[in-house]
Design a protein around this ligand. Structure first.
Ligand SMILES: Cc1ncc(C[n+]2csc(CCOP(=O)(O)OP(=O)(O)O)c2C)c(N)n1
Ligand SMILES: [Mg+2]
Length: 574
């Protein structure tokens, strides 16, 4: 017997057309028809998480690393509100998510149905509005496809972002009411650029003696890493990345200055804030607080300040620009490289003098705390085990960081090279993202090793999702740096306010991370000595299963916090 197509079938067909074949969520009554249809369709994988926030984080990881739309879903009421923080993370960082939530049946709306979240009660659509590009309750079954297409168009056009559709439970099984539209017919794939601005940029970069490029995460979002490298080598220009774009330009490249901003590198800071640079080209960098050392005016004091962003709203927001380029980073860079090539072919040579400049510092001396990187002290220092792991990190590893002191150590002390990737939710800065999002990423990238370097408190916030990874056998390696406290707060408290260490954030009972992981059924190791993690990590990789390495560190060593503390201290003064 063939069943007549229902609205839910149409909905699923759109998801398949957008290659969003994994749905993360926690089923519940008012979204049951959707989850049931996903479960029954062999082209979908339904990942039932332990908490909806984990589902949103995983979808975010899937979209961020897989570079495509991801879907998360929660039932009405608490299912929807539990998604909110994860969706906010995606909104802050421009990640395309389709968020589906349940709703009471249409005939019951306004009558106080169980878990009703209509505009008359706890308006979920309103709750999602500030953290999505579009949030709506579908008004009738016939309008479901229309609103879905509108949502998908917004999620995937311009600066991407999350969108939310809330669907009364009785709509899903209504008969199909609309014709099919192919994605190419409902959302534009435009490649716009301004030719005059591209030519002006080419002229300014060609005539600069000390051109520098500041790479933001927009370059990764546009898949423009290789184009950026071509441009830098062509001039040549020295290149720094924002903290969130760490590794988008390989940090072992001879032109790499490392990270500029929060926990960044001295070369990057001295170069970008120094007086030598005569052309600064920022590509997909929003120039926010963490990227600009609290909006340092020196960064703007250039003969040529060229800013490329997909979002016109960010152009000239914090620094006046000489040339504004609005567009997708890959599209504009292709055009720019073409122009520069043509100028060179016509006989001009780039004026860059970097080739004759003193080469950049490499090895341990590149970093603050060079001694701690080589220290044999027990327990191991946060710097030393990171220097150790650089020796064994696979060349195609995807490395997630969470939020805390460990993040500052990660930004400063890991070296991300070509084909590796570093992922961080610094826009919203939510703890726990680095624990759950790697599960989604591993599902998106299949064979690439996914490693999460997280703090003990981030682990306790969303660590139950390790059960999810174990159930579905998603092979993430979590390295949990255990300093038995909220290290960033403890160290930070000594620099701000009354400058007293906040001892409330030091645990009263020791946290046994490896033991917890084993109780969840994962393999786990404890590392506390220098030179130990290399072998343990290789064993973990061979396992090809979710597992945990607990690194017990000397927590008294401060992370590279300096500028942030100064910023906070500056904010609290009136
Ligand atoms: C959801 C959320 N709550 C609170 C914070 C503020 N915060 C930032 S880092 C941190 C502590 C992190 O501790 P841990 O994971 O152990 O990392 P460590 O600093 O010790 O390396 C807190 C509470 C946050 N960023 N996100
Ligand atoms: Mg900690």
């Amino acid at each position: 017997m063939t069943v007549a197509p229902r609205m839910v079938d149409v909905f699923l067909r759109y998801l398949k057309a957008e290659r969003a074949n994994v749905v993360f969520g926690v089923p519940g009554g008012l979204l049951h028809p959707f989850f049931e249809a996903i479960e029954q369709d062999p082209e979908f994988q339904l990942i039932v998480t332990k908490h909806e926030e984990g589902a949103a984080f995983m979808a975010d990881g899937y979209a961020r690393v897989g570079r495509r739309l991801a879907v998360c879903a929660g039932t009405s009421g608490p299912g929807a509100t539990n998604l909110l923080t994860g969706v906010s993370v995606a909104y802050a960082d421009g990640i395309p998510l389709l968020v589906v939530t349940g709703q009471a049946a249409s005939h019951a709306l306004g009558k106080g149905a169980a878990q009703e979240t209509s505009p008359e009660y706890m308006d979920t659509v309103a709750m999602f509005r500030p953290v999505t590009k579009y949030s709506t309750m579908v008004p009738s079954p016939g309008k479901l496809s229309h609103h879905l297409r509108l949502a998908l168009r917004l999620a995937l056009t311009g600066r991407p972002g999350p969108v939310h559709v809330n669907v009364p439970v009785d709509f899903w099984e209504q008969p199909k009411q609309e014709d099919w539209f192919d994605p190419s017919t409902y959302r534009p794939t435009t490649h716009q650029f301004d030719r005059a601005a591209v030519q002006e940029t080419a002229r300014k970069l060609m005539s600069a003696a000390r051109p520098v490029i500041l790479v933001g995460s927009g370059v990764a979002a546009a898949g423009a890493e290789e184009h950026l490298r071509t441009l830098a080598e062509l001039l040549p220009a020295r290149v720094a990345t924002t903290p969130r774009a760490k590794g988008v330009f390989p940090e072992d490249h001879p032109l790499s200055l490392g990270v500029f901003g929060f926990a960044g590198h001295t070369d990057a800071r001295n170069t970008l804030l120094g007086s030598d640079v005569d052309a600064l080209f920022t590509v997909g960098a929003s120039l926010n607080e963490t990227t600009t050392y609290n909006w340092q005016p020196e960064l703007g004091a250039r003969r040529a300040f060229i800013q490329l962003d997909i979002d016109a709203e960010r152009i000239g927001r914090n620094y006046p620009v000489d040339v504004a380029l609005v567009g997708d980073a890959q599209t504009v860079l292709i055009e720019l490289i073409y122009h520069i090539h043509r100028t060179i072919r016509d006989g001009s040579a780039p004026a860059s003098t970097w080739s004759a400049a003193v080469p950049l510092v490499r090895g341990h001396e590149r970093y603050l705390d060079a001694d701690s990187r080589q220290s044999d002290a027990l327990p191991v220092t946060p710097q030393r085990w990171r220097a150790d792991i650089d020796e064994v990190l696979p060349e195609d590893a995807v490395v997630f960081s969470d939020i805390g002191g460990h993040m500052l150590f990660n930004i400063h002390h890991l070296q991300i090279s070509r084909n590796q990737r570093f992922v961080l939710n610094l826009g919203f800065g939510s703890m726990g993202h680095g624990v759950a999002a790697p599960i989604g990423a591993a599902l998106a990238v299949g064979s690439r090793p996914v490693v999460a370097i997280v703090g003990d408190a981030c682990f306790t916030m969303n660590g139950m999702e390790l059960l999810t990874a174990n159930e579905y056998q998603v092979p993430v390696i979590w390295i949990v740096e255990n300093n038995q406290m909220h290290g960033i707060t403890w160290h930070g408290s000594k620099l701000v306010g009354q400058r007293r260490p906040m001892d409330s954030v030091v645990y009263r009972r020791p946290l046994e991370v490896a033991a917890i992981a084993r109780a969840m059924g994962l393999s786990a190791w404890v590392v506390d000595r220098p030179g130990q993690i290399q072998r343990v990590f290789s064993d973990a990789l061979r396992l090809n299963a979710p597992c945990v390495i607990e690194v017990r560190v000397d927590g008294t060593l401060p992370p590279p916090l300096g500028d942030r503390a100064k910023t906070i201290a500056g904010f609290t003064k009136t």
